[in-house]
Structures are given as structure tokens and as C-alpha cells.
Ligand binder design. Structure first.
Ligand code: C5P
Length: 219
């Protein structure tokens, strides 16, 4: 482990999408490259943290020097997160699917002369809210993300209170920003001290600045 301002800190990072199966060949998912989550895990490790990276099936390169746990579904992500606790800090950068299909077909659903299949969904557990609202063993610092397409700060501020996390990193993912899947990000960090907007910068730079903020908050 690297020696640095986060030495001795055990930090959980969730990242990537989750895939919720419909049948053996199909799934539903949110769009997520996993690149901001990977960059955050890497930056924390560089600053000396002991990082556990719980990732869904993302394209992004896996960070080096961290413990990696690969999962597919939201339910698997929640179990993996519970197994990783306790941690000092938990960062939830994953784009978890809000719903899963209630009855997953064991065999490929076939086309039936134009008859359209109907899928029934159940709500997935909210991993960020679950950890934020833990009565015992809650991480000292819980950081959530909010990808919004409009009224970013208002929605993210409400989300912070609803979920019970300490910070929300909000970003505008409307298509014209090119942020989704791109190499840059423009974020606003919302805490009980208010909202702080950072200039647009590379995802690696966002990750580095966030790691510095976390180190400062813990000291
Ligand atoms: O509610 P929404 O999905 O916009 O919230 C985003 C934040 O909540 C992110 O930090 C995401 O990782 C987390 N989340 C989660 N489990 C879910 C849904 C979202 O941890 N089921």
C-alpha cells in the first residue's frame, strides 16, 4: 500500500452499472462506463487508502492496487457491500438499476408471431440509502452521486436528505454535455455546508480533488 494522507483508511467504492437479467441472453441496465468510479478508486489508492472496489459489468479498466469484487445485479452488489463493511468511508458511484425483473426466464424468451411479452418489475434495494441509514457501524463519511438532467442542484440537495448520505456529488448528464461516457465531468459537491461547483475537468482530476477533500474531512 502507498503511504499517504489516506493511509489506514478502509474505503469502499461502488461503480459501473448493474445488469438485471430478463432471460439468459437479455438484461436491463442503466448506462454507465464506470470510468468516474474507477478513477476515484485509483486516486484513493494513490493517497494510501485500502480500497475495496465493488463493480458491476463496466467497460472501464479496473483500477490497480485495490481489492476488486465483480458483481452483476443490484442484489449481488448489496450483499458484496455488506460483506465489505465496516469501512471508514463509502462512495457510491454505481449506476444501480432501480428495478429487476420479478421472474427471470430460465430459457430464452422466443418471439411468438407478434405477441409482445410483458415484464413485471420489482424495486431493487437502495444500497446508498441502506448504508447511510445504518444505526450501528455506519461509515464516518458516506458519499453518493446524483446524475441529473435538469435542476441539478435542487434535485441533488433533495436526494442527499432523502438518502441520508453526507455528501452528494451531482453532475449534469444531459446529452448535450457529452459527460456520459466521456472523459470529463463537471460536478457540484453538496454537503451540509452547501453546494460547491467545480469547474469542468477530467474525470481523473475530479477523482483526485475528491480524494483530497475526503482526506481533509477525516483529519
Ligand atoms: O436515486 P438515484 O439512483 O438517482 O441515486 C443515485 C445514488 O444512489 C448513487 O450514489 C447510486 O450509486 C446510489 N444508488 C444505490 N442503490 C440503488 C440506487 C442508487 O446505491 N438501488
Amino acid at each position: 500500500l502507498a503511504d499517504g494522507p489516506l493511509s489506514g483508511q478502509r474505503i469502499l467504492v461502488t461503480s459501473g452499472p448493474t445488469h438485471e437479467p430478463i432471460d439468459p441472453v437479455r438484461y436491463i441496465a442503466n448506462r454507465s462506463s464506470g470510468s468516474q468510479g474507477s478513477a476515484i478508486a485509483r486516486a484513493l489508492a494513490v493517497q494510501g487508502a485500502d480500497v475495496v472496489f465493488v463493480t458491476g459489468p463496466a467497460d472501464a479498466e479496473r483500477p490497480q492496487g485495490v481489492h476488486i469484487v465483480e458483481v452483476q445485479t443490484a442484489a449481488e452488489m448489496l450483499s458484496a457491500v455488506k460483506a465489505v463493511l465496516p469501512v471508514n468511508v463509502a462512495i457510491f458511484a454505481a449506476a444501480v438499476a432501480d428495478w429487476r425483473v420479478t421472474s427471470v426466464s430460465d430459457s430464452k424468451i422466443k418471439k411468438q408471431n407478434g405477441a409482445i411479452p410483458t415484464l413485471e418489475f420489482a424495486e431493487n434495494p437502495d444500497i446508498l440509502a441502506t448504508v447511510s441509514q445504518m444505526k450501528t457501524g455506519r461509515p464516518e463519511l458516506v458519499v453518493g452521486f446524483a446524475a441529473e438532467t435538469d435542476d441539478v442542484i435542487a434535485h441533488a440537495t433533495a436526494k442527499r436528505l432523502r438518502k441520508g448520505c453526507d455528501w452528494i456529488v451531482a453532475n449534469d448528464v444531459s446529452p448535450e454535455t457529452g459527460i456520459m461516457g466521456g472523459s470529463e465531468n463537471a460536478v457540484t459537491v453538496i454537503s451540509d455546508a452547501g453546494a460547491e461547483s467545480w469547474p469542468r475537468m477530467g474525470k481523473e482530476a475530479v477523482a483526485h480533488k475528491l480524494a483530497e477533500r475526503i482526506a481533509a474531512a477525516l483529519h
